[in-house]
Design a protein around this ligand. Structure first.
Ligand SMILES: [Zn+2]
Length: 523
């Protein structure tokens, strides 16, 4: 019922109320400074402005409030004083004077120097930048992100090109004027821009065009081979074969190739913010090590954006980005995405079948030897996601980490193998994906789910006690990892003295010697 209502809201072409006008000047991006100017409707009396705190896809309160500086608010040409809330650091209180119908808000955002940490990590170099709009806006308390309209204008440094899923109204020189968009869509549509930039058309499938936008620290890094381009074209086709429909108008991979930005992937409905090292597309080792990055983030358009655990909808309908997220179903949101991202990398020829199996072996070995699994069940790693992403690497085997990614791979592989065996080859997890993540498609929509919906959808494909199957794996404190998918698939996790080609590539890429399974040392 909730999803049908949301669908209607999302399909409205424009929002009825006056849009907030947002101007972002990114010409100082090489100095890591972004200048923001907003004009927003207001009425006299008390008002509270919020800076986005809980960032979709990051599953944590990671809004970079410490780097939001220089805040000035004016009404009718006069300064309007503001006061930060003493409990909520993301909240600013003010009194709008009589006779004022709009406020002018200005501030700067400092993009941090070299540091990890998703979109709040380093995102700008002298040659490129990735803009995430959640860092560049304020919104009035009580705003429903689907209903509030924001009309953005962006200035990029002279000569820099750009890519984004946000629909463009017009552009002139280095200024881009976007169509008004709901706040949900704005925050879901980052922009990558840079001096060394290349856009590759990956083809239209299911009525939607697909683009690979690459920003790099050098022109050399953009010399990607036709073979790799074909593999990404395969990826577009393989997702169509898997899911049967697409929930976007167009799709944009924003691939940033730099040794000086944070490395991660962040999913969006119509794009993904993917970042890896400068030579990823021209050297074999980083290419192999990151081959499932784009496929993982792409899968999220279906599993994560279209279908989302109801507890992870912060910016949707619960009143903005200050609502805490609940991560208990991240073993579906991230775990199934991890499994499918790896499978699709192999189906698209980004990995060979052998490389897929070597990756799976590395995953299985890492989980099978973790002491922390004897006290911390898998579900707790998901519930505690908001603290585990940032936990250190010391005592990681005792603490456990965001294990719902790799262990999700093992659990969904086992479910896939079981469906295939019990149906005598007639069905597979692909049928579950088509039923659960398919649907009419054509434009972004959101269909929330709970645990029972996942169980029911599995049962509809292959009757079984899926609730017991999943609960056992989610709540277990057994010393060993669930390797049933590997074993029942006819394989075995084995250790020997010879490094596989895939293992070599990983060590080379990470500049690391990993002797975890012999003398117990990583250097
Ligand atoms: Zn993910």
């Amino acid at each position: 019922m909730r999803s049908a209502c949301l669908l209607t809201i999302l399909l409205l072409p424009l929002c009825a109320q006056d849009p907030v006008h947002l101007r972002v000047d990114a010409t100082d991006a090489p100095r890591r400074l972004f200048h923001v100017q907003m004009s927003l409707p207001a009425k006299p009396g008390p008002m509270t402005l919020l800076y986005p705190q809980w960032i979709p896809g990051e599953h944590a309160p990671t809004g970079p409030i410490a780097n939001m500086v220089g805040l000035r608010i004016q009404g009718g040409g006069k300064t309007v004083p503001w006061k930060r809330d003493s409990v909520n650091m993301f909240s600013f209180h003010l009194d709008v004077p009589a006779g004022i119908s709009s406020l002018d808000v200005t501030f700067d955002f400092i993009s941090p120097p070299e540091s990890e940490g998703f979109s709040s990590g380093s995102s700008a170099t002298s040659e490129l930048a990735v803009l995430n709009w959640n860092q560049l806006i304020l919104y009035p308390e009580g705003t429903q992100p689907d209903d509030a309209s924001y009309q953005a204008t962006l200035r990029v440094p002279n000569g820099w090109r750009y890519g984004t899923a946000l629909p463009i109204r017009r552009e002139s020189g280095n200024e881009i004027e976007f169509e008004p968009a709901p706040l949900t869509t704005l925050i879901d549509s980052p922009v990558s821009t840079g001096a060394h930039y290349r856009t590759i058309d990956l083809g239209s499938e299911g009525g939607a065009p697909h683009y690979l936008h690459m920003a790099a620290d050098s022109d050399r890094a953009l010399e990607v081979s036709p073979e790799i381009i074909n593999q990404y074209k395969n990826l577009v086709k393989e997702t169509g074969a898997l899911f049967g429909s697409r929930h976007y108008r167009s799709y944009h991979f924003l691939y940033t190739l730099s040794d000086h930005v944070a490395h991660f992937g962040l999913e969006h409905h119509e794009s993904s913010d993917d970042r890896y090292s400068e030579r990823t597309l021209i050297d074999p080792e980083p290419q192999k090590a990151s081959a499932d990055l784009l496929s993982h983030e792409f899968v999220h358009s279906w599993n994560g954006k279209y279908r989302r655990p109801s507890g992870l909808i912060a910016g949707g309908h619960d009143g903005g980005y200050s609502t805490p997220m609940k991560g208990d179903l991240l073993w579906v949101y991230e775990g199934l995405t991890q499994y499918l991202g790896e499978i699709l990398a192999a189906r698209s020829a980004l990995w060979t079948a052998e490389e897929y199996r070597e990756s799976l072996a590395a995953t299985a070995a890492a989980l099978d030897t973790k002491f922390g699994r004897t006290w911390r069940p898998l579900e707790d790693t998901a519930v505690a996601a908001q603290v585990l992403y940032d936990a250190g690497n010391d005592y990681a085997d005792y603490r456990r980490s965001v294990d719902y990614y790799p262990e999700g791979t093992l659990i969904w592989l086992e479910a896939d193998v079981m469906i295939r065996q019990q149906s005598k080859g007639a069905k597979s997890l692909d049928d579950f994906c088509r039923a659960f993540h398919g649907g009419p498609g054509g434009a972004p929509a959101l269909k929330p789910y709970i645990f029972e919906d996942v169980v029911a959808a599995l049962n509809a494909v292959q009757p079984y006690d899926w609730a017991a199957f999943l609960n056992q794996r989610l709540h277990s404190t057994e010393a060993h990892a669930p390797l049933g998918g590997i074993q029942h698939g006819g394989w075995k996790l084995a250790y020997d003295g010879t490094r596989s080609e895939f293992w070599k590539a990983l060590e080379e890429d990470r500049k690391e010697v990993d002797l975890s399974y012999s003398i117990g040392l990583r250097v």
